[in-house]
Ligand binder design. Structure first.
Ligand code: NAD
Length: 455
């Protein structure tokens, strides 16, 4: 059995039966049998099912947001934001799929034609994370379904109720039961899923699990995408509006209680404005309301996973032992649930875990740098490469810096932002492959090359 726990108070809210390995195998065989008919439907019919799914999300936003908040502890307004933010992603896929999937004639000369078509992969495994279950799930299952695949969806064990709701809404919307199947359970159920002969594996989660999955799936020569963690940096140049940069970066570091793959996790500030920036940043963080996630005023909630509290304790102790200055927070909050104070350190350096290991919580280190070149060197001093930001008045300067930074996404005067129109990808330990953008539709297909010669 899987016990679903409310991270705000530690109370059990549901007991669910995990899928046993033979049930996972049955789901796979049923999906294999059902996929060809789903793929044979006109694209318009599959798009219509996703359109109905969108309408269901709109109709049910309040109830779905409450479920999400109860199992992951996301402040209720942020749960609503995730659901409404999902709509524009779905709209993008609805608008772009037909054009993206149309066969392309790329050559026509002397009776010889060459055409590229897009074939579905077949049955794909979608193993997902808990921090944005609607976003990271839908980045995969929406385009995977549109392109004619069957999807075996393993939501995180920390977001299973949401995963089951997603399944029900898709089925109500016309996606056949066997074409989208939710598999309940922890990592062992994910492993059982990967033991099936799926045609593609789309994983979102930590580097540690991603590396394990790469070892298992690599030799099978099927499509493998891994969207993993980050230690995302931002650099604040000396020509900025300090208050505006501090407000933007405090939100980028602490939104979703710091549990975003693209949370700002390291801040570098030009020495000239360092003191003013640190002061403005701490002022912003003091203004954040830490409260029960069901409270409309809540901005910071509990951590979703209790073990992450130990990671934060360790990073705090290590930073202090190495001479960092604690400006605010640094402790767990008393009482039941997984609560940690919003925490800000300055005078940090790269000997500290805080500046090297993914924190995934409401904690940040701010380091001063003497010049742009030093900032570039420090931003690139990581195994990860998901996003990076530069705050500067001068666009040319920012672009010069960002061109040298190894990251899948780069930001000028913004952060912690994902667009359906742009590819979402990582460098190094942040993963391989991509979702979103028109590439994120094509990625669920196999390009087939047609050589057509007139007799
Ligand atoms: P996790 O790696 O612990 O778990 C992810 C999923 O993998 C879960 O569904 C889990 O049950 C499953 N799993 C665990 N062991 C498995 C195994 N051996 N075989 C198959 N499946 C297995 O990650 P998490 O705690 O759910 O998510 C947090 C991490 O995800 C952070 O590192 C975060 O940065 C990252 N993330 C990345 C993105 C991105 O787009 N790059 C988005 C969201 C989260």
């Amino acid at each position: 059995m899987l016990t679903v726990t409310n991270p705000a108070n530690g109370r059990a809210i549901a007991e669910l039966a995990e899928h046993a390995p033979d049930a996972v195998a049955s789901a796979y065989h049923a999906a294999r049998a059902a996929q060809p008919a789903w793929a044979a439907q006109p694209l318009a019919a599959r798009l219509e099912a996703i359109r109905r799914f969108r309408a269901e999300l709109v109709r049910d936003t309040e109830r779905l947001a409450a479920i999400l908040t109860s199992e992951v502890g996301k402040p209720i307004r942020q749960s609503r934001n995730e659901l409404t933010g999902l709509l524009s992603r779905i709209d993008f896929f609805l608008a772009e799929s037909e054009r993206t999937l149309a066969p392309r004639q790329v050559f026509d000369e002397g009776g010889m034609r060459e055409v590229i078509s897009h074939e579905p992969l077949g049955v794909v495994a979608n193993i997902s994370a808990w921090n944005y279950p609607y976003f990271v799930g839908a980045n995969v299952f929406v385009p995977a379904l549109i392109t004619g695949n069957a999807v075996l969806y393993k939501p995180s064990e920390y977001a299973t109720l949401t995963g089951l709701e997603i399944g029900q809404l898709l089925h109500i919307s016309g996606v056949p039961q066997d074409v989208f199947k939710v598999l309940v359970g922890s990592g062992s159920v994910g492993a059982a899923l990967l033991a099936q002969s799926v045609d593609g594996v789309f994983f979102t989660g930590s580097y540690a699990t991603g590396a394990k999955i790469a070892q298992t799936v690599g030799p099978r020569m099927v499509k493998l995408q891994l969207e993993l963690g980050g230690k995302d940096p931002a650099y604040v140049c000396d020509d900025v509006d300090v208050a505006a940069a501090a407000a933007s970066l405090a939100d980028g570091a602490m939104y979703n209680t710091g549990q975003s793959c693209c949370s700002v996790e390291r801040i570098y500030v030009h020495t000239k404005i360092y003191d003013a920036f640190v002061e403005a940043f701490v002022k912003e963080v003091r203004g954040f309301t830490v409260s029960e996630p069901t409270d409309e005023a809540a901005y910071i909630g509990p951590l979703t996973r209790a073990p992450q509290l130990d990671v934060l304790d360790r990073q705090v102790a290590d930073a202090q032992a190495r001479g960092a200055k604690l400006l605010i927070g640094g402790h767990r909050l008393p009482g039941p649930g997984n609560w940690f104070e919003p925490t800000v350190f300055c005078d940090v350096d790269h000997t500290m875990e805080l500046m090297r290991e993914e924190s995934f919580g409401p904690i940040i280190g701010i380091q001063h740098v003497a010049e742009d070149a030093e900032a570039v060197q420090l931003m690139n001093d990581t195994e990860y490469g998901l996003t990076a930001g530069v705050y500067a008045k001068d666009e040319a300067r920012a672009r010069r810096i960002l061109a040298q930074v190894h990251a899948g996404s780069v930001y000028w005067n913004c952060c912690d932002r994902v667009s359906p129109r742009l590819p979402w990808s990582g460098v190094g330990h942040s993963g391989v492959g991509l979702t979103l953008s028109t590439y994120g539709i094509e990625t669920f297909t196999r390009p087939k090359a047609w050589h057509l010669k007139q007799a």
